[in-house]
Design a protein around this ligand. Structure first.
Ligand code: EPS
Length: 391
């Protein structure tokens, strides 16, 4: 079974992650993994922190001579900002602490500050925000890159694009998969939107948030192309692929809603205008669809069409124009804390979304096809493909 966990605080020494269950014999393209980390750092509306960091991964175990060996893979990404915080984190009343470490005791509405302090019985929200921070998604992206390399061996690619920033939305959703995939090679992702005219308006929306000392959310869409039918299952609630994807994408910091296919639009339509009619291509010996409003999943199982998952992001909760809060010590009304922050993170969240979708698909793939080595997994996969062709 493919499993992973992450550890690390935003201003601690670094982030670590362990992935176990990948078969032996998968070639690891280190440049690809680091390029994925770089993509996550980019996008218009990022704050000062990203000028400090330069995320790269070190694999401490599980990879030898550029290939997986079947043992757990441990990954490390160092925090460059740690240099500024090292002393402050170690000794609370050091000179560095007074410079860098100000207790955060006016919790920000929308952030983990208040709920986390109440839960862990901590007096200072900084202890909570360190782990709640979206910095943690760097670790997920490193592991997600490995999941992508694994899926790629079976002809599956996962990519994302931004379909809305604030009030500006992509007017049509029929962006070809190749156009979404091509966004990955951009030097500067800007807002990771495949339509230049919409992207320019999205940029204006971010500028407006900056001008108004505010923040802005939006919607990213992750598309997985080349997924075989039969991943996930209708047999049990927790085996349903859409349920697993929804949890994975919802777990990304600032995501407050997850949509599979055209779920939101479909809820307002009659069934005849929603379900994807079925055809058959005798030449290719495969079932076909004229539309993909189901987002590639029916009955909790992949149906062979592109898997489409959207994450709806709330705006970042650290505001230059802070909302009302209460001081932890005096219980008097105060403005919520402000500190260095991003204004818009929708493209970065999309990269984290790709990682989560890739990890869940890789897990579902290995549940179906198994295998301790790539050769074994491939044999099992090809056997199933032959069965589907002969159906
Ligand atoms: C974050 C606050 C900012 C973001 C951070 C998430 O960090 P800092 O407080 O160091 O300026 O930049 O995101 C990342 C560091 C990252 O790598 O994505 C928050 O409060 O959640």
């Amino acid at each position: 079974m493919l499993r992973f966990q992450t550890a690390g605080e935003s201003h601690g020494q670094g982030l670590v992650a362990i992935l176990s269950g990948l078969p032996a014999g998968l070639r690891v393209d280190f440049q690809f993994v680091n390029r994925e980390l770089k993509r996550r750092m980019g996008g218009y509306g990022r704050g000062g922190r990203m000028k400090i960091e330069s995320d790269t991964v070190q694999f401490l175990s599980g990879v030898r001579h550029g290939e997986t060996i079947g043992s757990p893979i441990a990954a490390l990404i160092e925090n460059r900002d740690w240099v500024n915080w090292r002393e402050a984190m170690a000794v609370e009343d050091s000179p560095a602490a007074s410079e860098h470490y100000k207790p955060l005791d006016s919790p920000r509405p929308g952030h983990a500050d208040l709920a986390g302090c109440l839960k862990f019985n901590l007096p200072d929200a900084r202890y909570v925000l360190e782990r709640a921070s979206a910095r943690e998604t760097a670790a997920r992206v490193a592991l997600g890159a490995l999941a992508k390399l694994f899926l790629r061996e079976f002809g599956i690619e996962v990519a994302s694009h931004v379909v809305a920033v604030g009030r500006v939305a992509l007017p049509h959703h029929e962006i070809a998969f190749d156009a979404i995939l091509a966004l990955r090679d951009r030097e500067d992702p800007v807002l990771n939107c495949a339509d230049p005219e919409t992207e320019a308006r999205m940029r204006e929306e971010v500028d407006r948030a900056i001008r108004e000392r505010d923040s802005v959310g939006g919607i990213f869409e992750v598309v997985a192309h080349g997924v075989p039918p039969g991943l996930g299952s209708c047999a049990q609630w927790d085996e349903r692929l859409d349920g697993q994807l929804a949890q994975a994408v919802m777990s990304i910091q600032a995501v407050k809603g997850v949509e599979v296919g055209d779920a939101v639009e479909s809820a307002a339509r009659f069934g005849s205008g929603v379900h994807d009619e079925i055809g058959y291509d005798r030449g290719a010996r495969r079932f076909t669809r004229r539309s993909n409003r189901a987002g590639g999943i029916e009955g909790g199982m992949s149906n062979g069409e592109d898997i489409v998952v959207r994450g709806h992001l709330k705006p970042i909760s650290t505001l230059r124009r802070p909302l009302e809060s209460v001081d932890f010590r005096t219980r008097e009304p105060v403005k919520a804390a402000y500190e260095r922050s991003d204004v818009c993170v929708v493209p970065a969240a999309g990269v984290a979304g790709e990682a989560m979708v890739a990890l869940i698909l890789a897990r579902a793939f290995l549940e179906k096809f198994g295998g301790d080595s790539m050769g074994e997994t491939r044999r099992n996969f090809e056997g199933f493909c032959n069965q589907v062709r002969a159906f």
